[in-house]
Design a protein around this ligand. Structure first.
Ligand code: ZN
Ligand code: ZN
Length: 124
């Protein structure tokens, strides 16, 4: 899996988190980025910036602003692309069916096979 993002409109990329998307109603991968916005004081632009963090669902592209109170929580769960791949690999491995073996000859057999293709024994 490769994620390519241009910087345009995304500000500084921070990383990825896996959390529930309110639109997808399931756990999704989010791209987290922050945008610096210049603070305007009495209509005069100042040198101060307000940093806003956003997370974008990679599935539906919905963008959520991360509330200040949630930022520490998000920072804690933030992953690099490498970490994300490792985590996704673990999730995939956990949800994969355990390999089946023939109880007679111990050959690896596919799920759904009624007879072992190696020795012909009934598999269930
Ligand atoms: Zn979504
Ligand atoms: Zn067998």
């Amino acid at each position: 899996m490769v994620f390519i993002f241009g910087n345009k409109g995304y500000g500084d990329p921070l990383g990825y988190i896996v959390t529930r998307c309110q639109k997808c109603k399931t756990d999704r991968i989010f791209f987290v980025h922050q945008v610096r916005e210049k603070l305007t004081l009495y209509f005069v632009p100042t040198v101060q910036y307000k940093v806003k963090q956003y997370m974008t669902c990679l599935n539906c592209n919905e963008r959520y602003e991360i509330a200040d109170g949630l930022k520490p929580q998000v920072a804690e769960r933030l992953m690099t692309e490498e970490q994300l791949k490792t985590t996704l690999g673990e999730i995939a491995a956990q949800t994969m069916l355990p390999p089946l073996h023939c109880s007679t000859c111990a050959s690896p057999i596919d799920h759904g096979m009624k007879f072992c293709p190696y020795c012909g024994a009934k598999t269930s």
